[in-house]
Design a protein around this ligand. Sequence first.
Ligand SMILES: NC(=O)c1ccc[n+]([C@@H]2O[C@H](COP(=O)([O-])OP(=O)(O)OC[C@H]3O[C@@H](n4cnc5c(N)ncnc54)[C@H](OP(=O)(O)O)[C@@H]3O)[C@@H](O)[C@H]2O)c1
Length: 278
Amino acid sequence: MFHLQSPDQTRLRGAPLLHRHWSMNPRVSDWNGRRVWVIGASTGIGAETARMLLAAGTRVALSARQADALHEVAASHRDAQVLPLDVTRHEQVLAARDALMNVWQGLDLVLIVAGAYHEMRVDNFDMQMVDRLIDVNLRGVFHCIDAVLPVLLQQPGSGIGIVSSVAGYSGLPRALAYGPTKAALINLAESLYFDLHPSGHSVYLINPGFVATQATAGNDFDMPGLISAPEAAGHILRGIERGAFHIHFPRNFTNWLRVARMLPYRWYFWLTHKVTGL
Ligand SMILES: NC(=O)c1ccc[n+]([C@@H]2O[C@H](COP(=O)([O-])OP(=O)(O)OC[C@H]3O[C@@H](n4cnc5c(N)ncnc54)[C@H](OP(=O)(O)O)[C@@H]3O)[C@@H](O)[C@H]2O)c1
């Protein structure tokens, strides 16, 4: 079992909300030897991020449900730890945390990438699917946060990154269940920043646009700005390196969405309908 020290011993109150050079988190110049736990590392964006980190000499713990796929990504790398878990099972996440702490005795960064995607409109509303998306995308992320917070709080300088989505910026057609879970994660990362940054921790909000993975393979529409999973992983790691809080990509797509969400609703609904035809 992992034991928490008194928070008073570990918290450094009063650090500035903005860093030198205006970066919102400390910059990362070297991944070598860092201890990074990637949750959702079996396929897609998380798998590519874990591969890139391992190639950079990072000590990586890989988690998701599919143990075989995790071992494939780890590729018998001596710096890799494979910890299969289901994020919807709180006790599994806590047990994986304990197992990892027995080996590492600390953690420099956790990246919560795990997520499930499903298109939904009112004509295919499915409460079971709503429950599933909330369980994986939201409750699952809270399970991960509950597991890692005691570790992070003992370690000023450590960090947490949450993969949300541009689908969380504003309401979108076909995103009836997925969108609200991702909107909640944006809010969650923002709230975490207030609490963790003053004590010397890094918080990253990661909002990908369209990335070619098994999650989007079933999309029957042209995905604007579509990029590959290795490209997405590169954007994530470069964003962390430059100390960004909001890591969104590809910018030629995400910047339009960021502008659109600031429009008055009347214009936002008109424009989104016009562009998507939905
Ligand atoms: N692809 C895109 O266009 C896009 C855009 C914006 C945001 N995102 C977000 O990016 C993240 C990664 O998605 P992806 O596109 O790379 O899709 P993906 O290939 O389907 O990856 C999803 C990952 O989450 C893991 N996962 C799913 N349910 C889990 C559970 N119950 N417990 C533990 N792990 C679980 C999967 O592993 P197991 O199946 O082995 O459990 C897998 O490693 C998701 O949060 C997604 O919402 C993707």
